[in-house]
Ligand binder design. Structure first.
Ligand code: GLY
Length: 271
């Protein structure tokens, strides 16, 4: 659908979702959306995305930040990435043990020397793990200046090997932003890394495909190659088109503009 600008779109991860505490998940997503949107008053899409994702990281509700799942050694290793479509600058952090990974990714992007930096030291923070009912989180935003930003943050996959890195901190896989589109992916990193859906969506839009058709086509392609139950994507275009597609049971997601906020978990389109 076509939204007014500015607009922010969020997800709380593609997954099974049935039987989970969806009231808590949806209210947390709504508050993250509200906080992110509020940032448009004083900042750009960068601040909107970082604020929304930081709130989700701090909530303990999702597999990111304080809710991060543990690896096979019982430790937390988080990944996150952010990209500014106006400048094509990007920053990611991997194997982060504590704090807000998305804010650390923002520092890498602002510094500009490297794109992906691993956190080599630090003690794992205590997590709120048992209460986590969610998955990877992400946000994309378009502001009044036309700046599109995409960000994603995750604790990865439960029981993963130490040192495993998924799709979330990889530009073109877990997130991507250009002057045309912003995309955040969620799902099984080992699938997403082989398909680079976020980059493909920008390519499709660059040849004239509508954003919604581009997301739908890429999710269908992943389903065709790897089966269902492994991916979800949100996107925004420079025209204010917003879209979400997934091949899992559900994917909590919201969009917010100055007129409304709409959140969905299972099927249905933004309206
Ligand atoms: N999509 C999150 C991960 O696989 O790490």
């Amino acid at each position: 659908m076509l939204s007014s600008v500015p607009v922010i779109v969020l997800h709380g991860g593609a997954g099974y979702w049935e039987g989970k505490n969806l009231d808590n998940v949806t209210s947390t997503l709504r508050e993250a959306s509200r906080r992110g949107f509020e940032e448009f008053r004083r900042g750009s899409s960068i601040e909107a995305v970082v604020e929304a994702i930081s709130f989700m990281e701090d909530s303990g509700v999702f597999d990111a930040g304080k809710g991060s799942v543990r690896n096979s050694e019982g430790k937390v290793e988080m990944d996150a990435g952010i990209m500014d479509g106006k400048t094509l600058s990007a920053g990611s952090v991997v194997l982060v043990k504590a704090g807000n990974p998305i804010r650390k990714a923002l520092q890498v992007m602002k510094r500009g020397k490297h794109v992906i930096v691993a956190e080599s030291e630090g003690n794992s923070m205590p997590t709120l793990n048992s209460g986590n009912s969610g998955d990877t989180v992400g946000a994309v935003a378009l502001d009044l200046e036309g700046r599109i930003v995409a960000g994603t943050s995750t604790g990865g996959i439960a029981g993963k090997d130490p040192g495993r890195i998924g799709d979330s901190p990889i530009p073109g896989a877990g997130f991507y932003a250009t002057e045309r589109v912003g995309v955040s992916s969620t799902g099984i990193g080992e699938v997403i890394l082989k398909m680079l859906p976020a980059k493909e969506i920008d390519t499709l839009v660059s040849i004239g495909i509508l954003l919604d058709d581009a997301l739908n086509s890429v999710v269908n392609k992943v389903s065709h190659v790897f089966g269902k139950g492994n991916i979800g994507i949100i996107g925004v275009s420079k025209y204010g088109e917003v879209s979400a597609h997934f091949n899992t049971k559900g994917m909590p997601r919201c969009y917010q503009n100055k007129e409304k906020i709409q959140c969905l978990v299972f099927g249905g389109d933004f309206s």
